[in-house]
Design a protein around this ligand. Structure first.
Ligand SMILES: Cc1cc2nc3c(=O)[nH]c(=O)nc-3n(C[C@H](O)[C@H](O)[C@H](O)COP(=O)(O)OP(=O)(O)OC[C@H]3O[C@@H](n4cnc5c(N)ncnc54)[C@H](O)[C@@H]3O)c2cc1C
Length: 371
C-alpha cells in the first residue's frame, strides 16, 4: 500500500491528526490492537478543565474548546461535551494555591466551608480538613467515544484508512520515503511517518533509527465506587485537590476517583496494583465522610510526558519525513482538536494560524528540536 502519511497509533493523537491530514493528503492509520483507543485514550477521566493545565497545554485546551463545545456539522450525532462544575479544594497549608489558581480564571469564585458543604455534603472540613474551594464553572466532561469515532469517521470520509491489528515491527527509510513492515505480513509505503504511538513513542523512534526524546509514561489509576446510601450523585460537581492529591466525580450513577497518582512505567497494557487502589480509596476517604467498602471497577492508564511535560509536534532533525506527535500527557482529550490542527499544518509544512501564534503556540514551542 502507498500513501502520503503513515500514522502509527490509533488513539486520540493518531486519529485526530489523521483526520486533519486527510483533508489535504492521503493517510493510513496503523493500530496494533483489535480496536482503536484501547490504551490511554480509552482510559481517561474525560474531563475538560483549564485549571488543571498549564503553559502550552492550557493554550491548546482553550484553542480546542470551541470545537468541543460546537463540533463541525456531521462530526458526531452526540454532543461532545457534558457540563460539570469543578471545585478545587484546599486545606490550611494549601491556601496559597487557591489564590494563585484563582488568578488564572476570568471570574474566580471562591467558597468557604459552608458554601462547599452545600455543594458537597460529604466533605471533611475545618481543622486539618478542607477549608476553602475554588470553582471552575465552565468545565465539562468529554464524550470520548464520540470524539474518537468522530475523528475516525472523518478520516474515512476523506478517503483515508484506519487499520487495526496492524502492528508496525520495522521502519526503514528509502529514496521514496518510508516503509512500515507490519506483524501481519503487510507493508505500507509512505512519504512521511507520523509517530503518534503514545507511550510507545520512543519505541517507534528506535525502530526508525531516530534518537528517542526521553518520553516517560506515568500510570494513573482510577476506581469506581458507591456514593453515600440513598443519594443521587449524578448531579454532583467534580471535586479535586488543588495540589493533586485526589479527585472524584459522578460516573454513571456511581463515583469515579483517583489519587491523581503518577507511577513511572514502561510502555505496556497498564494495570493498577493493589497499593494504587488502596491509595486512591484512602486519599478520597481522608477528605470525605465516605467509607469505600467496595470497588466496582478499576483501571490504570499511562499518561506519557516529554521531558518538559508539554506537547511535541514536528519533524525530527535527524530523519527526513519522521514527524513526532507525542507527549499529550494528561491533556490529550481536551487539547486534541487544536493540537491535531497545529500538528497537521506543521506536517504539511504550512504556517500556524495567527490565533495559535497569539496564544504562544508556535512551531518552535512544539518542535522536538527543543530537546
Ligand atoms: C487515568 C487517566 C485520566 C486521564 N484524564 C484525562 C482527562 O480528564 N482529560 C484529558 O484531556 N486527558 C486525560 N488523560 C490523558 C489522555 O487520555 C491522553 O493524553 C491521550 O489518551 C493520549 O493519547 P495517545 O493517542 O497519545 O495514546 P494512546 O491512546 O495510548 O494511543 C497510542 C496507540 O499507539 C498504538 N501503538 C503503539 N505501538 C504501535 C505499533 N508498533 N504499531 C501500531 N500501533 C502501535 C497503541 O496500541 C495505542 O493504541 C487521562 C489519562 C489517564 C490514563
Amino acid at each position: 500500500m502507498k500513501t502520503d502519511f503513515c500514522v502509527i497509533g490509533g488513539g486520540i493523537a493518531g486519529l485526530s491528526i489523521a483526520a486533519e491530514l486527510s483533508k489535504k493528503a492521503s493517510v493510513v492509520v496503523l493500530e496494533r490492537e483489535q480496536d482503536i483507543a484501547y490504551h490511554t485514550s480509552g482510559r481517561s477521566a474525560a474531563l475538560y478543565s483549564e485549571l488543571s493545565a498549564e503553559s502550552t497545554a492550557l493554550a491548546l485546551s482553550k484553542l480546542a474548546k470551541p470545537f468541543l463545545l460546537s463540533p463541525p456539522e456531521g462530526f458526531s450525532q452526540y454532543p461532545l461535551h457534558i457540563p460539570i462544575t469543578c471545585i478545587f479544594t484546599a486545606k490550611k497549608d494549601e491556601l496559597e494555591h487557591i489564590q494563585s489558581n484563582a488568578a488564572k480564571l476570568e471570574n474566580p469564585v471562591t467558597l468557604d466551608i459552608d458554601q462547599m458543604l452545600e455543594q458537597m455534603p460529604i466533605l471533611r472540613t475545618g481543622g486539618d480538613g478542607i477549608i476553602a474551594g475554588l470553582v471552575e464553572e465552565d468545565a465539562f466532561r468529554i464524550d470520548v467515544g464520540a470524539l474518537v469515532q468522530g475523528f475516525r469517521a472523518m478520516v474515512k470520509h476523506n478517503g483515508g484508512a484506519v487499520q487495526c491489528n496492524a502492528e508496525v515491527t520495522s521502519l526503514t527509510k528509502n529514496s521514496d520515503g518510508w516503509k512500515a513492515q507490519l506483524a501481519n505480513g503487510e507493508s505500507v509505503n509512505s512519504k512521511y511517518v507520523v509517530n503518534a504511538a503514545g507511550s510507545w513513542g520512543d519505541v517507534i523512534a528506535t525502530l526508525a533509527g531516530v534518537p528517542p526524546l526521553g518520553l516517560t509514561p506515568f500510570r494513573r489509576n482510577i476506581i469506581i465506587f458507591d456514593g453515600p446510601e440513598n443519594t443521587d450523585v449524578s448531579q454532583w460537581p467534580a471535586m479535586a485537590s488543588i495540589t493533586g492529591e485526589y479527585y472524584f466525580l459522578p460516573e454513571a450513577g456511581k463515583l469515579m476517583g483517583s489519587s491523581a497518582d503518577e507511577v513511572p512505567s514502561e510502555p505496556c497494557d497498564a494495570q493498577p496494583e493493589e497499593y494504587d487502589i488502596a491509595l486512591a480509596a484512602h486519599n478520597i476517604e481522608s477528605v470525605t465522610t465516605l467509607e469505600i467498602k467496595h470497588i466496582h471497577h478499576k483501571w490504570g492508564g499511562l499518561r506519557t510526558f516529554a521531558p518538559d511535560r508539554q506537547l511535541v509536534a514536528g519533524y525530527d532533525e535527524n530523519a527526513e519525513g519522521f514527524f513526532w506527535f507525542v507527549g499529550q500527557g494528561g491533556f490529550g482529550m481536551q487539547t486534541s482538536a487544536a493540537s491535531a490542527r497545529a500538528a497537521a499544518l506543521l506536517a504539511l509544512e504550512e504556517s500556524l494560524p495567527k490565533e495559535f501564534e497569539d496564544a504562544g503556540v508556535s512551531a518552535e514551542v512544539l518542535s522536538p528540536i527543543r530537546f
